[in-house]
Ligand binder design. Structure first.
Ligand SMILES: *[C@@H]1O[C@H](CO)[C@@H](O)[C@H](O)[C@H]1NC(C)=O
Length: 136
């Protein structure tokens, strides 16, 4: 009886490990879904254009008027390597920034809200702005 139980346990575990292997990494996570919100906060009032990509998704070129927002949802992969890299552009400027990085952000926010300013993007929480420099 004990042997059978053990064998059953091993088989269930094998199936589970196999399931882990065949799942696409993006759908596999015990974490809740993440949302990123990007808002155009350019003080000059220009339209903001940006293009964000992860290893398995391309959000396309987005255009935001002043105070306009764009949001998307995703899950952090099992290996916590989920990352969205973006290029931000407006008249006379082009910058890059990693807007979501699981290792940096996953325990900070489930809804990660950013306001993009000329000097750099700021993650905002009620009553608090956490500003970063452009990567380039
Ligand atoms: C954009 O947001 C700023 C700050 O909240 C506000 O002062 C301004 O009136 C808004 N402009 C437009 C066009 O909505």
């Amino acid at each position: 009886m004990m042997v059978r139980k053990g064998a059953m346990f091993i088989r269930v575990r094998t199936v589970f490990l196999f399931w882990l292997l065949i799942q696409p990494s993006t759908s596999l996570s015990l974490d809740p879904e993440k949302t990123v919100v990007v808002e155009n906060g350019l003080e000059g009032g220009q339209d903001l254009f940006f293009h964000c990509k992860s290893s398995d998704s391309d959000l396309g070129v987005q255009q935001l008027h002043l105070n306009g927002t764009f949001r998307w949802r995703f899950r952090v992969n099992l290996f916590e390597t989920t990352l969205f890299h973006c290029i931000f552009q407006w008249e006379g400027a082009s910058h890059s920034f990693v807007i979501y990085k699981a290792k940096r952000d996953q325990y900070i926010c489930n809804v990660c809200s950013w306001i993009v300013k000329e000097e750099g993007p700021c993650m905002y929480f009620p009553g608090n702005l956490n500003c970063y420099n452009w990567y380039s």
